[in-house]
Design a protein around this ligand. Structure first.
Ligand SMILES: [Zn+2]
Length: 469
């Protein structure tokens, strides 16, 4: 074939929106998009042109929420048990800020590259980077205000992951509280932020792996006047861009919102904006039944981050209820404490079972199958695709050729057929079940290894050694 992105494949079992195709004949064009999918071999395909893929091919998963620098904190911020302080999300955040204020642009890029490498190796082929580390460690704005976001984009290019870049507006510490010194890297004047978004929109035009978005951080970090002003203006100016913000991760956040704005965060947003399916509410953990009803009616994606929410003791989002009212949701790795599609979905399912004291996971609303693994995977694909606004999420003509090859010889998948293989992956598997990963038609992970993993890990190891010394 003529380019590294195009190809013709005979796939043993191919995930399709309404089931499986076994075998399937799949072609990818030179741009890295799916051209044809067929159950029979096209007459004009020569045998010598066909690459055979044994095992199960599924769409790559979308990671709706990440902060790449926090990859360097994984396993390093557990509080000692003899502390006299009451440890919480807020004390964790202080330690996270301490780390966030150290990396240079080069070190930040090294953290980002390792995070993205771990993502593609785990089956995430797209990510939404919620990027708020804009300034130098001393708080000074870089000569090029996009210095740090350019590092994220470079790291994504190096790894070959599809990126939705979400530059964040962050202007204060909390409702009625000015920005704290330890938040000096996050602040941008609203018009500077708007320019950063405009430059990103221009830079991503024609790039099949880079997409722009808008991220007012939260009702904590952006005031009501800014939300009604600059944020509303950008939302109108760019009608195709996704809009992400943190909503109701913590009870204290809901209480502060009630005290300062007279409404719960989801309620305030739903009342003050023309909220539609461009919006993703990250976490939504403590949104109440009325807020969830409003989110579902508007088409909002709930961006759930199970392993981070568990580590930080946030609480449990009632996924079964939300899915039952046709609420759309996706998964994110957020603090990047664990980067694994299987583990995020497993913890999500198990947390529901622990809450409900039942094996019930999700109402069955898909047509792809009735097993919980398939339901979880397909619903997360639907929400992730809506949240990141990339042309992916299904292996059908016209979508970008992002797919994952599951290894049928992995211990978790032995003797599974298509109907249950996603149960094997989600309820028992690890990233070792992921053999190959294609993004935009390019095989970025082969036999469990990324081509640049040695270089990326060496840089990461040296960076962590410096940042933690
Ligand atoms: Zn976050």
């Amino acid at each position: 074939m003529v380019s590294g992105r195009s190809g013709r494949y005979r796939v043993e079992h191919l995930h399709q929106p309404d089931g499986w195709l076994s075998p399937a004949y799949l072609s990818v064009d030179e741009r890295g998009f799916i051209d044809t999918v067929s159950g029979t071999q096209p007459a004009d395909w020569a045998e010598s042109d066909i690459e055979r893929i044994n095992g199960f091919v599924i769409p790559g998963m979308l990671n709706v929420h990440s902060h790449v620098h926090q990859r360097g904190l994984a396993g390093r911020v557990e509080p000692p048990t003899n502390t006299t302080i009451e440890e919480s999300f807020w004390t964790w955040r202080t330690r996270m800020y301490d780390f966030a204020n150290r990396p240079s642009p080069e070190e930040f890029e090294a953290l980002a590259a390792q995070a993205f490498l771990d993502m593609v190796s785990a089956g995430f082929t797209s990510v939404g980077e919620f990027h708020y580390l804009h300034n130098a460690p001393d708080g000074r704005q870089y000569d090029d205000v996009a210095e740090m976001s350019t590092r994220v984009i470079s790291a994504a290019e190096m790894v070959g992951i599809g990126l939705t870049m979400l530059p964040t507006l962050y202007t204060r510490a909390g409702i009625g509280r000015p920005l704290a010194p330890e938040q000096r890297r996050f602040i941008l004047a609203p018009d500077t932020w708007a320019q950063l978004v405009a430059d990103l929109v221009a830079a991503s035009a024609g790039n099949d792996l880079l997409y722009p978005g808008i991220a007012p951080h939260s009702l904590r970090a952006v005031d009501a006047a800014e939300l009604s002003g600059i944020v509303s203006e950008l939302v109108s100016l760019y009608p195709d861009l996704p809009v992400h913000l943190h909503v109701a991760e913590q009870i204290r956040e809901v209480e502060e919102c009630l005290a300062g704005l007279g409404k719960r965060p989801g309620e305030w947003l739903l009342n003050h904006f023309d909220i539609d399916n461009r919006w993703t509410f990250i976490h939504s953990t403590h949104c109440d039944a009325d807020e969830r009803k409003g989110m579902s009616a508007a088409g909002v994606v709930a961006g759930l981050c199970p392993t981070t929410e568990a580590e930080l003791g946030d609480g449990i989002f009632p996924l079964g209820d939300y899915s039952g009212i046709r609420g759309v949701w996706g998964i994110g790795t957020d603090s990047n404490n664990r980067i694994s599609v299987a583990e995020q979905l497993r913890l999500l399912a198990f947390s529901q079972r622990l809450t409900n004291r039942s094996l019930f996971t999700l109402p069955n609303r898909g047509t792809g199958g009735v097993q919980p693994g398939r339901q979880l995977y397909d619903q997360a694909l639907e929400g992730g695709t809506r949240a990141l606004r990339q042309p992916v999420g299904a292996i059908v003509p016209g979508r970008r050729a992002d797919f994952v090859v599951l290894d049928p010889n992995d211990a978790a998948l032995i003797s599974h057929g298509p109907d249950t293989v996603l149960d094997g992956l989600i309820f028992n598997g690890t990233s070792s079940a992921i053999r190959d990963v294609y993004v935009g038609g390019l095989r970025v992970v082969k036999d469990g290894h990324h081509l640049a993993e040695d270089v990326i890990f060496a840089r990461y190891r040296a960076t962590i050694a410096r940042l933690t010394s």
